[in-house]
Design a protein around this ligand. Structure first.
Ligand SMILES: NC(=O)C1=CN([C@@H]2O[C@H](COP(=O)(O)OP(=O)(O)OC[C@H]3O[C@@H](n4cnc5c(N)ncnc54)[C@H](O)[C@@H]3O)[C@@H](O)[C@H]2O)C=CC1
Ligand SMILES: CC(C)CC(=O)C(=O)O
Ligand SMILES: [Mg+2]
Length: 361
């Protein structure tokens, strides 16, 4: 099979982790007789440095022409990088939001799984980590606070800033349908997370989710307020199967969930629309604090590439091989710095990639 993949290495650790994920994809392609055609595009700071803007139309067209996109991460240190002296619409993150909107990637799937081998890296009490967990955070990705009108003004000498959280019922319905469809194939429970005790947007969210739920009588629906959910994620993560939530809540809750899997370096993601196309990226950012040191964990990006094989290309055996290689290497005790624990063997980003390639080969 011919796989047409656009890569966005991005900024910070992005190029390092994408390099390792590509090595793994190449190794799977070789073992299973596929051919991969890669095209690289610039986004975020890397695009600003070359084109003066975080995403060009040509880059979007190149992404659209591929079957799927593999992305690293974008952005710099938001307090020191010169990119953050630019107007907000020219900063790295504007490129990321723009590509999500341009490709209509409204559903962000973030599986948070505690691998048995990483129980020691999980900061939770032993009786909780010993149980393990396997949840899927479904985050709405093209609406809500990150896409509403915003402005900063000065009124009577007082600076004032506004961000707007808007959802219409169609935006809520389509992500809810995706969430319930997926829950039907899992353990059949959806926890819809909102702040319906305060926000109108959350009250609409809750009522549309309830309407959708009527078409899925075999899926259990529960509602949970976001502040409680943040607490429950560290108290008892095994209670969750599919967490269905809006853009900003999902952003924050998925970083929290990642840490109970051991590290954010383990959390993969797929950003999808209603077609087989997808943008696959780790849930973390560009980690400027460790960029260029070859110590980043590439596993989140490698597992995102596995999600691409499974979903966009229907290559289940190949995706299984990548996931099995990750488990194998962890079982053998190899760890990047972020998931290191006593008695394990510390490896660099490159070495982790090489080990995964060897196990696949
Ligand atoms: N999808 C994307 O491209 C995202 C971009 N960002 C951008 O990334 C930049 C940095 O943001 P931060 O808040 O520092 O979040 P971050 O996720 O980049 O880093 C948070 C912490 O996690 C660590 N970390 C992240 N990924 C890791 C990995 N693979 N292996 C080991 N450690 C890892 C970092 O070293 C840091 O200590 C900002 O410019 C932000 O806007 C943030 C989140 C997502
Ligand atoms: C620009 C941000 C919305 C990126 C982010 O934090 C994420 O997608 O997780
Ligand atoms: Mg985030």
């Amino acid at each position: 099979m011919e796989l047409k993949i656009t890569c966005i290495p991005g900024d910070g650790i992005g190029p390092e982790i994408v390099r390792e994920a590509r090595k793994v994809l190449d190794s799977v392609a070789k073992s299973y007789g596929h051919r991969i055609q890669y095209t690289d595009i610039l986004m975020g700071g890397a695009s600003i440095d070359v084109h003066g803007i975080p995403l060009t139309e040509e880059a979007v067209e190149t992404a659209k022409a591929a079957d799927a996109v593999l992305m690293g991460s974008i952005g710099g240190d938001t307090t020191t990088s010169p990119w953050y002296k630019l107007p907000p619409n020219l900063r790295p993150e504007a490129g990321l939001l723009a590509i999500r909107k341009a490709l209509n990637l409204f559903a962000n799937l973030r599986p948070a799984i505690l691998y048995e081998e990483l129980a020691k890296a999980c900061p939770l009490r032993e009786e909780i980590s010993a149980q393990g967990f396997d949840m899927l955070i479904m985050r709405e990705l093209t609406g809500g606070l990150y896409f509403g009108d915003r402005k900063t003004i000065e009124e009577n000498g007082i600076r004032k800033a506004t961000d707007t959280l808007v959802y219409d019922e169609n935006e809520i319905r389509r992500i809810a349908i995706k969430g319930f469809d997926i829950a039907k194939k899992r353990s059949k429970k959806v926890t819809s997370v909102d702040k319906a005790n305060v926000l109108d947007s959350s009250r609409l969210w809750r009522s549309v989710v309830e309407e959708v739920a009527k078409n899925y009588p075999d899926v259990t629906l529960e509602h949970m307020l976001v502040d409680n959910c943040a607490m429950q994620l560290v108290k008892d993560p095994a209670q969750f199967d599919v967490i269905l939530t809006e853009n900003m809540f999902g952003d924050i809750l998925s970083d929290e969930a990642s840490m109970v899997t051991g590290s954010i370096g383990m959390l993969a993601s797929a950003s999808l629309n209603d077609t087989k196309f997808g943008l696959y990226e780790p849930s973390h950012g560009s980690a400027p604090d460790i960029a260029g040191k070859d110590i980043a964990n590439p596993i989140a990006t490698v597992l995102s590439a596995a999600m691409m094989l499974r979903f966009t290309f229907d290559l289940d055996k190949e995706a299984d091989a990548v996931e099995a290689a990750v488990k194998h290497v962890l079982k053998e005790g190899y760890r990047t710095a972020d998931i290191m624990s006593e008695g394990c063997k510390k490896v660099s980003c490159t070495q982790m990639g090489n080990l995964l390639v060897e196990r696949i080969g």
